[in-house]
Design a binder for this molecule. Structure first.
Ligand code: ACO
Length: 330
């Protein structure tokens, strides 16, 4: 069961340095035209001195400040990352320490680019199980450190950043219809293998390089299939009050366009900001929610579908009734 919650705060943190497609032309044989036409990406933010932990703490702290929830009332922190700097403490533990949250449940989840939806559902479930009144859900990724910068088919696709939401217990449920799913990645279509380590018992470890490897066309096929399926499930779950807007995982604009076309939906219903960030993996949905609200696209009273997919192979969705006061008049 999910606790009845409302979104009380939202924030993002992205590194200062912006790298355009034109900048990448001097690193690999590519062009702005190829990247923009195939993906919709024009630029991305990349870390120089920033860290995944630092960005997570900034985003979570800003979301918490906006929510007005006191640190002592945060009962749950769920963080997600596939690029964390530390094996331990968890990213959630680092956020707890940085924000001065005295006692709470704190854990990380890992579900590839679907991580944020898994984290959101986990946080609202734990609020119910543990009877807590507020939670922080935060995603932070430094994808650029796991890119093979000689592989043009992957290094142009990703960027860095973090995003966070604060959930507060409410009278009515504003987070609805959780969907979490995974299917075995039998063909290894998305992997980042960790470097093996040498111990006195294992013999020398093979050097493999921890890089994102992806079979692009297979990911495309998987992504459009699960996005359609998840959106259909979300529509079926609430036929009397369907979602009016969609904030999808930002992996490739062509994936979103394909789903819009095949499902006969309106492109205006979908929030897309991939041109400025590229794919920030699990951070893409909270960054998109933050921009959607800041820009005035997402408005109080909107019923918004979140839909994600990622390595694993995972997928997921949920609906949010947005209640934060409008940031801007449109
Ligand atoms: N610049 C120029 N040329 C390139 C580049 C590049 N950056 N990358 C590949 N090419 C070339 C290839 O070498 C190939 O050349 P060839 O025909 O001479 O062999 C040609 O472009 C076509 O390559 P494809 O891989 O077939 O290109 P495609 O049109 O399939 O687009 C892409 C590739 C954009 C990766 C696409 O398959 C895709 O979007 N897949 C979905 C993957 C995705 O979104 N992943 C996100 C990460 S995972 C996640 O978020 C869950």
């Amino acid at each position: 069961m999910l606790a009845p919650v409302t979104i009380a705060g939202v924030a993002k943190c992205v590194p200062e340095r912006v790298v355009t497609n034109f900048d990448l032309e001097s690193i690999v044989e590519t062009s702005d035209e190829w990247i923009a036409k195939r993906t919709g990406i024009r630029s991305r933010h990349v870390v120089i001195g920033e860290t995944g932990v630092g960005m997570a703490c900034q985003a979570a702290g800003d979301a918490l400040a906006m929510s007005g929830v006191r640190v002592e009332d945060v009962g749950v922190i769920v963080a997600c990352t596939i690029t964390g700097e530390d094996l331990t403490p968890s990213l959630a533990g680092s956020v707890q320490k940085a924000l001065g949250i005295p006692v709470c449940a704190a854990l990380d989840v890992s579900a590839g680019c679907t991580g944020f939806i898994y984290a959101l559902v986990t946080a609202a479930s734990l609020m119910d199980t543990l009877q807590k009144d507020a939670a922080i859900v935060v995603a932070s990724e430094v994808m650029t450190k796991y890119l093979d910068w000689t592989d043009r088919s992957t290094c142009v696709l990703f960027g860095d950043g973090a995003g966070a939401l604060v959930l507060r217990r409410s009278e009515t449920a504003h987070l609805l219809c959780p969907i979490l799913s995974a299917t075995p990645d039998t063909d290894d279509v998305i992997t980042v293998r960790k470097e093996a380590r040498t111990t006195p018992f294992t013999g020398p470890a093979e050097e493999i390089g921890s890089f994102i490897r992806m079979k692009g066309a297979d990911v495309f096929t998987y992504a459009v299939g699960v996005m359609e399926q998840t959106l259909l499930q979300l529509s079926g779950a609430c036929p009397d009050h369907p979602y009016t807007k969609v904030v999808p995982h930002q992996a490739n604009e062509k994936i979103i366009d394909f789903v819009v076309r095949t499902m006969g939906l309106s492109r205006e219903q979908f929030f897309v900001n991939i041109s400025n960030y590229a794919n920030t993996s699990s951070a893409s949905i909270p960054i998109a929610l933050s921009d959607a609200w800041e820009s005035g696209w997402l408005r109080a009273g909107d019923r918004v579908a979140l839909v994600g997919f990622g390595s694993g192979l995972t997928s997921g969705g949920a609906m949010i009734d947005w209640t934060l006061p409008n940031k801007k008049e449109n």
